[in-house]
Design a protein around this ligand. Structure first.
Ligand SMILES: Nc1ncnc2c1ncn2[C@@H]1O[C@H](COP(=O)(O)OP(=O)(O)O)[C@@H](O)[C@H]1O
Ligand SMILES: [Mg+2]
Length: 239
């Protein structure tokens, strides 16, 4: 079953055509890698899906329902969560408070103690329980990425959009993160659409890859097909 579908999505910023007629689909329960050189349009595609802005033309369907141009908060409540390439926690709030804000957005009616319980559970799941009372501005880059993920998970998504979560991690940390993304799918049943520059990581965990280049879909396929494709190799060498 298709969970997310894009039909002929285009987006221009003034003269810049960031996306041109992009068609793609993501099956429920899959881990899909979205790759491509810098400036290919990957983050723009996330923005169009998550409602940060409306595409210039084209349609986004989630669970078979059109969501094109809906407010980001509505799309989030429908079950789409994202992380940002550059993390943006509320710097002066604690980690627990940051995650509670996300949980409240999803369940505005729920009593505070239950919200706090949910938030602590997410902090535990991403492995930063001990930072609950620490203000977000004191976290290092890796801790901020974990907090970002806890905030996304606190909105109880069925679809998780990850934007370059591996940047700045060493090999061991990358392997842990790959295992973690697999757990999200295997244990929580999440569907994951994942932008990643660290090619080894995305090739390990994704079962399907979408390659964007200069705003267009260059190819889609299984990881092995993609890494050996001449067009993909060229696109990266030109980067
Ligand atoms: N808000 C914006 N205003 C103007 N141009 C933008 C904006 N966001 C992205 N772009 C342009 O769109 C293109 C695709 O950017 P982006 O989606 O961030 O690429 P990627 O995430 O693949 O590196 C780039 O040329 C970028 O400069
Ligand atoms: Mg990007």
């Amino acid at each position: 079953m298709t969970l997310l579908e894009g039909r002929a999505i285009s987006k221009s910023f003034g003269g810049v055509q960031a996306l041109i007629d992009v068609d793609f689909s993501v099956s429920a329960g899959s881990i899909v890698g979205l790759i491509g050189p810098n400036g290919a349009g990957k983050t723009t595609l996330f923005n169009a899906v998550a409602g940060a802005f409306k595409p210039t033309s084209g349609k986004v369907l989630f669970n078979g329902q059109e969501i094109t141009g809906l407010p980001a908060s509505t799309i989030c409540r429908m079950g789409v969560a994202r992380t940002f390439q550059v993390t943006r926690p509320f710097a002066a709030m604690t980690c627990l408070e940051n995650v509670m804000v996300a949980a409240i957005n999803r369940r505005p009616e729920e009593p505070r103690p239950a919200i706090e319980r949910r938030a602590r559970e997410q902090l535990g799941f991403v492995g930063i329980s001990e930072l609950a009372a620490v203000e977000a501005r004191h976290l290092n880059v890796i801790q901020k990425k974990r907090l970002e993920l806890a905030r996304a998970l606190a909105t109880e998504p069925t679809l998780l959009l990850l934007d370059e979560v591996m940047g700045g991690l060493n090999t061991q940390e990358i392997n842990q993160a790959v295992a973690f993304i697999r757990r999200l799918r295997d244990e929580r049943g999440l569907t994951v659409l994942w932008i990643e520059h660290v090619m080894g990581a995305v090739m390990q965990a994704a079962e399907w890859i979408i390659v964007l280049d200069q705003g267009r879909v260059l190819m889609t396929g299984a990881p092995q097909e993609v890494v050996n494709d001449e067009r993909v190799i060229q696109a990266y060498l030109g980067d």
